[in-house]
Write a protein that binds this ligand. Structure first.
Ligand SMILES: *Cc1c(COP(=O)(O)O)cnc(C)c1O
Length: 388
């Protein structure tokens, strides 16, 4: 179906940070399949784990024990600082699991109409509940009636949360992205998450973070909340978890970890041996190659490089980022730029029409990082010259 407006290119092979199209052209991948292929393309550890597991056992069912799922739950909750995991197959499903968990938590506390606070400009997925939670009318338009039970506030506005706290006794949770990805790499002020944590503690709300884009080392920590001195109650994980093999996870801590009971939720494919083998290979590789620390250093290199290369360019309004999640905000809508990038052999996306989003793999070399800077800076400066 016509669900996507695709760029006119098809890739047939990848290696590390590079992709080759069907005509043999080579591209520098500064998007990683939208923060999915953190280990780059055709990573040998992931390929080997998948081949080995495919020859042994792909799927049984959650009617039975799944040893690899248990191992992944241990590894993932360990790096995420959480207690328990539920596995599904996508980001939207991991947020869906969090939303259902929050409602169940509310009902267990005799709140008949539980509500979840969500933010403007957020993105949480395309299922009915997650598009209802999403703060973007384009995602919702045409799919009304929306799912009820969400209260929307401006992002990075703690006062707005206090106002809801005063007026809405049915609130059971706050759901936000630690950095908004689809919304244009919006980084909240340093004390935002801490203030949400305090408010949640005060009112008995669950603090739920959508770490689907920010998680798995992307921002220079395993999870973006780890830049702050706190723990959330619930985290949604997907995208980078298995380097492209579909899997998602809803992680929970403390009281939130014991809300679901047998029969409350489930998934046929969720956490099957094949997907879990890939995710375990990702976590092991990220640990042994110290890729999370590397993402922090590379991110700073990219930010410094971009700021130097684009200094004084009047098309550039702001350059911001954390780790390998970087946005270059332009002064005017420039949605055609990804297709210009294709001609220059570099992949990235535009968010909110004005923000060039870079999400390169965590395995890029310093030389590749510098090459991203030079290709992006050239492209932006040419664009600036064209308009002048
Ligand atoms: C991509 C994304 C989702 C949706 O994930 P899908 O796997 O496409 O369902 C949800 N939240 C955030 C923050 C995302 O970046």
């Amino acid at each position: 179906m016509s669900t996507y407006s695709r760029l006119p290119v098809t890739f047939e092979r990848g290696e590390g940070t590079w992709l080759w199209d069907t005509r043999g052209n080579k591209y520098l991948d500064a998007l990683s399949g939208i923060a999915v292929c953190g280990l780059g393309h055709a990573h040998p550890a992931v390929s080997a784990a998948l081949c080995e597991q495919a020859g042994r056992l792909i799927h049984t069912s959650n009617l039975y024990g799944v040893a690899l799922q248990e191992r992944l739950a241990d590894a993932l909750t360990d790096v995420a600082g959480m207690d328990r995991a539920f596995f599904c197959n996508s980001g939207a499903e991991s947020v869906e699991a969090a939303i259902k968990l929050a409602r169940l938590y509310g009902h267990q506390r005799q709140i008949a109409q539980p509500a979840i606070i969500v933010a403007e400009k957020s993105f949480h997925g395309r299922t009915l509940a997650t598009l209802s939670a999403t703060g973007n009318r384009k995602v919702q338009a045409g799919f009304e009636p929306l799912v009820q039970g969400f209260i929307r506030v401006p992002y990075n506005d703690i006062e707005a949360l206090h106002a809801v706290a005063r007026n809405s006794p049915q609130v059971v949770a706050v759901l936000v992205e630690p950095i908004q990805g689809e919304g244009g790499i919006n980084i909240p002020s340093d004390d935002y998450l801490k203030s949400i944590r305090e408010l949640c503690d005060q009112h008995g709300w669950l603090m739920m973070l959508d770490e689907i884009q920010t998680g798995m080392g992307r921002t220079g920590r395993w999870f973006a909340y780890q830049h702050h001195d706190l723990y959330p109650d619930v985290i949604s994980v997907a995208k980078g978890l298995a380097n492209g093999v579909p899997i998602g996870a809803c992680l929970a801590r403390g009281a939130a970890a014991n809300v679901y009971q047998p029969g409350n939720h489930g998934s046929t494919f969720g956490g099957n041996p094949l997907a879990c083998s890939a995710a375990l290979a990702v976590i092991t590789t990220m640990r042994t190659e110290r890729l999370v620390e590397r993402a922090a250093g590379l991110g700073q290199r990219l930010l410094d490089g971009l700021r130097a290369a684009l200094a004084g360019c009047d098309l550039v309004a702001d350059i911001r980022g954390r780790g390998l999640m970087i946005g270059i905000e332009l002064t005017r809508p420039s949605t055609h730029l990804p297709s210009v990038g294709l001609e220059r052999g570099i992949l990235f996306s535009m968010q909110s029409e004005k923000v060039i989003r870079l999400l390169p793999p965590l395995i890029i070399s310093d030389i590749e990082a510098d090459e991203i800077v030079s290709r992006i800076a050239t492209l932006v400066r040419e664009e600036a010259a064209r308009a002048a």
